[in-house]
Write a protein that binds this ligand. Structure first.
Ligand SMILES: [Zn+2]
Length: 171
């Protein structure tokens, strides 16, 4: 086990050699994830196993654990989402290789450039983030909802007319 995450990995050489890499990835380095986060503080614990399976397929199998803070889409307050991801990437060098991969692998294209470890982790985290993050316990968001409904009641002469309209749309 290597207790360090390199910036970049030569996918072909490192899967040939076989390694287990373990380390921490600061959220601040996940540039495509950052805009979705309420806070870029913190880091994810990452383990990457590189090797070749009995069929000769080069793979990167990994886990990503930690948490990210998103914006609740119900109350717009921060909501903490735990991450506990497992993934298994089959290294391919072209489209034919990707098409031939067994379904238990997602394809990861090896190019002439060493792969960015932050990029690999970014892709997995983006796949795992909820499309619409909300607090699991909606009583957390309740204060906001009550305020919102109170405002609606004040500004609209007949709030029930809106409800009736909504019902019509559904019928
Ligand atoms: Zn909420």
């Amino acid at each position: 086990m290597i207790d360090h995450l390199p910036e970049r990995l030569d996918l072909l050489a490192s899967t040939e050699a076989g390694h287990v890499l373990h380390g921490r990835m600061p959220l601040a380095r996940l540039e495509r994830v950052l805009p979705l986060l309420e806070s870029g503080e913190g880091e994810l614990v990452v383990e990457l196993e590189l090797g070749k399976d009995p069929a000769g397929i080069r793979y990167v199998a990994g886990t990503i654990r930690g948490e990210v803070v998103l914006k609740c889409q119900r109350c717009l307050e921060p909501v903490t989402e735990p991450l506990d991801l497992k993934f298994r990437l089959g290294i391919v060098q072209d489209e034919a290789g990707a098409a031939a991969l067994p379904p238990r692998y997602e394809a990861l294209l090896a190019t002439d450039e060493p792969a960015s470890v932050a990029d690999i982790i970014t892709d997995e985290v983006l796949l795992a983030l909820p499309l619409v993050p909300v607090h699991a316990d909606d009583s957390h968001c309740g204060g906001f909802l009550q305020d919102y409904q109170a405002q609606e009641g004040e500004t609209r002469e007949n709030p029930f007319a809106v409800l009736a309209e909504l019902k019509d749309k559904h019928n």
